[in-house]
Ligand binder design. Structure first.
Ligand SMILES: Cc1cc2nc3c(=O)[nH]c(=O)nc-3n(C[C@H](O)[C@H](O)[C@H](O)COP(=O)(O)O)c2cc1C
Length: 303
């Protein structure tokens, strides 16, 4: 019998597979289709203090090598999440992780402090890939000092484990991960989407309403894997791997690169219960390799 469970501080994950934010709704929508309690964790759509409409359409396009989206963090806002979604998690046996973002540091901190009161929430994932209104739209996650201040401020008001979700749109992602670790982040997750664009050759204009979007799916897995590998050499808090995972083999590559847990994103749109197949595949791999604990895979590619 192999052990698939993973510990992150005081949190126990029954297996290392979670849904990635923005690709699994609020989780509840999928629960009629399969028991989401079988997942190690469910990371819900990015939540802000107030509801948001998101970016103008069109907001999604498939490319020959992945999906491009510019949803713009559309969500129902904190109050509706607490009243309508949260109680539905009372009887679901998984770790509910809330992905949060704000337009400025104070907004992140206020939201984190409000969410700290709810016992159903196991941890927060802080999305630093969004624009900082105060800095004129620069991305939070591109500046190690801003990441340090942001994470330290959140840690002061929230006792739950804090996972910092990093953007790949930087020169050195490990540097940003180090800033998160210095600020006492409990884990980092990487990667978010890679900025890209598509131009419509009929209108001769950018296809997306927002011009640019985030590329996700199988095309980005070698990039995500490289970034997890690089980051593993520079930090000693757990890494959560995400980016193009759609098979047990790719999931296992992320563990070997240094991830302790993984998230499934765009693959959920193709096969909504893909996470269950990946959990089974990881178990089968460990049995075949005669490895009794998934934790023993972590970072093996570095020796
Ligand atoms: C439609 C869509 C919406 C997303 N929304 C969020 C979000 O709200 N917060 C966040 O941190 N990441 C968000 N992401 C990024 C994913 O969680 C994930 O990091 C990224 O898609 C890479 O993984 P994948 O290739 O497996 O999809 C979104 C991705 C997609 C495709």
């Amino acid at each position: 019998m192999v052990n698939l469970s993973v510990k992150l501080n005081n949190l126990i994950f029954k297996n290392p597979v979670m849904s990635a934010s923005g690709t699994f709704g609020y989780g509840i929508e999928y629960n009629g289709f399969f028991d989401i309690g079988l997942l190690g964790g469910v990371i819900v759509k990015g939540l802000s203090l107030n509801p948001r409409q998101g970016n103008p359409p069109p907001r999604i396009i498939e490319t020959p090598c992945g999906m491009l989206n510019s949803i713009g963090l559309q969500n129902i806002g904190y109050k509706k999440f607490i009243s309508d979604i949260l109680p539905q998690f009372d009887n679901i046996d998984t770790n509910l992780i809330v992905n949060i973002y704000g337009g400025e540091i104070g907004e992140f901190v206020e939201l984190a402090s409000k969410l700290n009161d709810y016992k159903q929430i196991a941890a927060l994932e802080v999305n630093v890939s969004c624009p900082n209104v105060k800095a004129g739209g620069a991305t939070f996650g591109k500046d190690p000092e801003v990441v340090f201040v942001l994470v330290s401020s959140i840690k002061k008001v929230c006792e739950k484990p804090i996972i910092v979700k990093l953007t790949p749109n930087v020169t050195d992602i490990a540097l940003i991960a180090q800033a998160a670790q210095s600020a006492k982040a409990d884990a980092v997750s990487l990667i978010n989407t890679i900025t890209g664009m598509v131009i419509d050759t009929k209108t001769k204009k950018p296809f997306l309403g927002n011009k640019f979007g985030g590329l996700s799916g199988p095309a980005i897995y070698p990039v995500g894997l490289r970034m997890v590998y690089e980051t593993y050499e520079k930090i000693n808090i757990p890494i959560i791997g995400v980016g193009g995972i759609n098979s047990p083999d790719i999931a296992i590559q992320y563990f070997l690169a240094g991830a302790s847990l993984i998230q499934i994103g765009t693959a959920n749109f193709v096969e909504p219960d893909i996470a269950l197949k990946i959990i089974k595949g990881i178990r089968r791999y460990l049995e075949n390799e005669k490895i009794d604990d998934v934790g023993k895979l972590v970072g093996l590619a570095h020796n």
